[in-house]
Design a protein around this ligand. Structure first.
Ligand SMILES: N[C@@H](CCC(=O)N[C@@H](CS)C(=O)NCC(=O)O)C(=O)O
Length: 212
């Protein structure tokens, strides 16, 4: 298996986390996005015509979109490592919360990652109005998570699944920013974050960044 991506890319990190949870060996093919813009050129563009990392290969199968890649890995390698998906009705509930992550949590979290983490690192200014609006929206999503985590141990059910895993890259980034308080002030959300961020598979992803 090959992941074409970058250790600092949150979408690539999502796939690394899944592969580590499944205890699968993979080769990272580094894509030099910042220096060479390699994600917009051949040969990468043939793997993902949208020019975004990661892309993934398993034998003759080529995929892009981190969440779709992870669904494939979790189902195709069901007998390996952590069970990240269920069957039947339980999986339908997981799917609901995976959509919530992708369409409610993800966009506002990404906006905040840009404004509060990436822009300052790249020497660009942070737009306070954008931060305020996105933080308010994130708070509303986290209120719903706080209620949900009163019904089940994890977001998709009583086990750690792909839903929880898909949140990890953005939560990790935001924990070093001013919106950490939005997570910390909600007791169940805070406990959930502590638990998922401490998973050995995720710590390996964090170590990849330190070691590069
Ligand atoms: N929805 C995609 C998002 C991929 C994405 O945004 N990748 C970023 C890096 S984290 C990227 O390649 N950005 C460069 C660009 O969009 O030109 C996924 O989950 O795989």
């Amino acid at each position: 298996m090959k992941v074409h991506g970058a250790v600092y890319s949150t979408a690539s990190q999502r796939v690394f986390a899944c592969l580590y949870e499944k205890q699968l060996e993979f080769e990272l093919v580094p894509i030099d996005m910042i220096g060479a813009g390699a994600h917009k050129k051949e040969p990468f563009i043939s793997l993902n015509p949208f020019g975004q990392v990661p892309a993934f290969e398993d034998g003759d199968l080529t995929l892009f979109e981190s969440r779709a890649i992870n669904l494939y890995i979790a189902h195709a390698y069901a007998d390996k490592g952590t069970q990240l998906v269920y069957d039947g009705k339980k999986m339908a509930t997981v799917s609901v919360w995976m959509e919530v992550e992708a369409h409610q949590f993800g966009p506002v979290a990404l906006k905040l990652v840009w404004e509060l983490v990436l822009n300052p690192t790249l020497g660009m200014t942070t737009d306070a109005a954008v931060v305020q609006e996105a933080a308010a929206k994130l708070g509303q999503v986290l209120d719903i998570y706080e209620a949900r985590l009163g019904q089940s141990k994890y977001l998709g059910g009583d086990d750690f699944t792909l839903v929880d895993l898909h949140h990890l890259p953005f939560i990790q980034s935001l924990m070093g920013s001013q919106v950490k308080k939005l997570f910390d002030s909600r007791p169940r959300v805070s406990a959930w974050c502590t638990q998922i961020l401490a998973r050995p598979a995720w710590l390996k992803v964090v170590a990849m960044q330190v070691n590069n």
